[in-house]
Design a protein around this ligand. Structure first.
Ligand code: HEM
Length: 561
């Protein structure tokens, strides 16, 4: 047993022994407890998504005790006297009761809403972390795809959740949702009629959304999170480039006690943070909006932030419609509803496979990339963030126009131009910045780090003194793996025939993509990155399953792939 092995408290080991006598699970639990997890602040982003989902389940259960999912009209006579005598749905009435009459109701409602927003922020931040570090590469593509489904389900869950109170703001959102459904050619009107159980808004939509919101979607999310974590556990977590980290080992802390306790502390911290937010920052004060009536709409109506992209794309789109075989096809709704999110989600889903195709790289990757070392990926990622961000900002075009005192349509026209120009510019600028940073790394390897001391040589020349990189710094800078260039179109392969992958239109496209992916700043004579030829392939392929872990496994800080 190693020195820092932790003593298990007697109560715990006694209970464990009792359970093991009955279920014989000790061996499995021991494997779990010794599992090694690499450490990096950005690996906590996925955990924020996880814990905010747990908070959503807990607070949502409390709300479900008191919420009445019914659109049956009632006359309000509760403690919020400003709405006394107003006819409203039971759903809205029960939301007012939760906010004003149920003990702790408003606090729990606000924690629920804040953690929903946090859940979506965390999902997006986590997705970006995984994308920019290339953690989705083989063998983690399936987890990447599961993540995208989770993201989509999160959007739907949020949409249905904030539509439940049946207030003026959420009703406006539902009206848009109905319009989007109706915009689908041929089946749209039927789909909307089916979902709403008749003409809008009808009496069925709240109870139906309620079932989706509390049962079906959370169930799916829970199942998929379980699969997501199980796969992550099985495939082991990626690690950041550092001294001693290789493609064949996992360096980090064991699950017990470090990760388990850290995870719990993280949960309480996030719960505390959402509770503080809920106490001091008001969110969704439905009593100020009033009950929903399809006849009214307030200015500066905004959905929750994660729906902003759809709101913005609707506002950006010109009012186009065409007549097809006697049917009106409302492009002004269809395109904004399907295109931006379609491009983003399809692009995300296909990206790992596209990258594999363009680079020809079919190896496993367990060490994350530094974003600068994958300029095309980083450029596309930043372009995607700009694409998303411009739609999102346009979702508040009325607020921007009002605050900046510029005409509404000027804002819209700026966004229409920006949605094309900015992502393209962002791609090229980011790519250049990445290559610039690579150049800086090459400088560091060849000349070391300037330490700020200027010396005058006897010849009169001034030089700045530098020190060589430390081993830790060198390991990070050298952990650069650039995919090998594929043969040019028509160029014969080892067998003397043009490589099939480079023939025809697709072959040319692939070669062009490959050239972009392989553009890199080569360090010194090619040995600078320590892997020969500047790409590191040989170094990895030649390695056996490393012995790093075996000698030191007792301290739980190393594991093998
Ligand atoms: C309900 C939402 C989600 C939860 C609760 C969740 C949770 C987690 C956790 C706790 C980890 C390990 C820690 C970390 O790397 O941050 C992880 C890893 C991972 N997640 Fe997620 N995730 C969610 C959504 C997503 C999304 C939207 C994507 C991408 C589309 C994604 C892709 C991945 C991948 C590829 C890994 C493995 C990363 C690695 O080994 O470096 N996840 N997830």
């Amino acid at each position: 047993m190693s020195q820092d092995a932790v003593k298990i408290p007697k109560a715990l080991s006694g209970t464990g022994g009792w359970l093991d006598d009955r279920f014989h699970g000790a061996r499995g639990v021991r494997v779990l407890m010794r599992k090694v997890f690499p450490d990096h602040w950005s690996f906590m982003l996925g955990e924020i998504a996880l814990w905010s989902f747990v908070i959503l389940l807990l607070t949502g259960t409390y709300l479900a005790f008191f919420f009445v999912p019914s659109m049956h009209p009632v006359v309000y006579h509760g403690s919020y006297t400003k709405l006394d005598g107003i006819t409203m749905s039971q759903a809205y009435q029960s939301t007012l009761n939760i906010s004003f009459d149920i003990r702790g109701g408003l606090l729990i409602r606000q924690i629920h809403h804040w953690s929903a927003d946090l859940f979506m922020v965390a999902i997006m931040a986590h997705l970006l972390r995984v994308f920019f570090t290339g953690a989705y590469r083989k063998p983690r593509e399936v987890n990447w795809l599961i993540g995208i489904v989770l993201f989509t389900l999160g959007l739907l869950e949020g949409l249905f959740g904030y539509s439940l109170p049946d207030d003026q703001l959420s009703g406006a959102g539902l009206r848009i949702f109905e319009g989007v459904l109706q915009g689908i050619p041929i089946v749209g009107t039927y789909a909307a009629y089916f979902l709403f159980g008749g003409p809008f808004p009808g009496h069925s939509i709240v109870p139906r959304m309620y079932i989706l919101h509390v049962l079906l979607i959370p169930g799916l999310i829970l199942a998929l999170i379980t699969a997501h974590l199980f796969i992550m556990f099985h495939q082991k977590h990626t690690q950041m480039p550092a001294l001693g980290n290789t493609e064949k080992n996992v360096v980090g802390q064991p699950f017990w006690p470090y990760f388990l306790l850290k995870g719990q502390a993280w949960f309480f911290f996030i719960f505390g943070a959402t509770a503080l937010l809920a106490t001091f920052a008001q969110i969704n004060p439905v009593w100020l909006y009033g009950p929903y009536t399809p006849l009214a709409i307030s200015s500066a109506s905004q959905p929750d932030f994660y729906m902003g992209i759809l709101e913005g794309s609707l506002r950006m789109m010109p009012a186009w419609e065409i007549n097809f075989l006697g049917h009106t096809v409302s492009l002004s709704v269809l395109i904004p509803a399907a295109l931006p999110l379609g491009i983003i989600f399809t692009g995300l889903a296909l990206w790992p496979f596209f990258e594999q195709w363009a680079t020809g790289d079919r190896r496993e990757h367990h060490i994350n990339d530094r974003p600068r070392n994958a300029p095309v990926r980083t450029g596309i990622g930043i372009a995607g963030v700009c694409f998303y961000g411009i739609f999102w900002a346009e979702g508040a075009n009325d607020v921007i126009a009002d605050k900046l005192q510029i005409p509404l349509y000027t804002v819209t026209w700026i966004s229409r131009v920006a949605i094309i120009v900015v992502p393209i510019a962002a791609y090229f600028i980011t790519k250049r910045i990445c290559l610039g940073l690579q150049r800086k790394d090459a400088e560091l390897l060849t000349h070391g780090v300037e330490i700020g001391i200027i010396r005058q040589l006897p010849s009169g020349e001034f030089i700045e003194e530098s020190r060589p990189l430390t081993d830790d710094e060198r390991a990070v800078v050298e952990a650069k793996r650039v995919p090998a260039a594929l043969p040019a179109p028509g160029q014969p392969d080892d067998n003397g025939v043009p490589a099939p992958a480079s023939r025809g239109m697709m072959g040319k496209a692939r070669t062009a993509a490959n050239r972009a992916f392989t553009e890199t700043i080569v360090v010194g004579d090619g040995h600078g990155n320590g892997h020969g030829h500047g790409n590191g392939h040989e170094a990895v392929e030649g390695e056996e399953h490393a012995a790093v872990g075996s000698g030191e496994a007792g301290d739980g800080s190393h594991e093998e792939h």
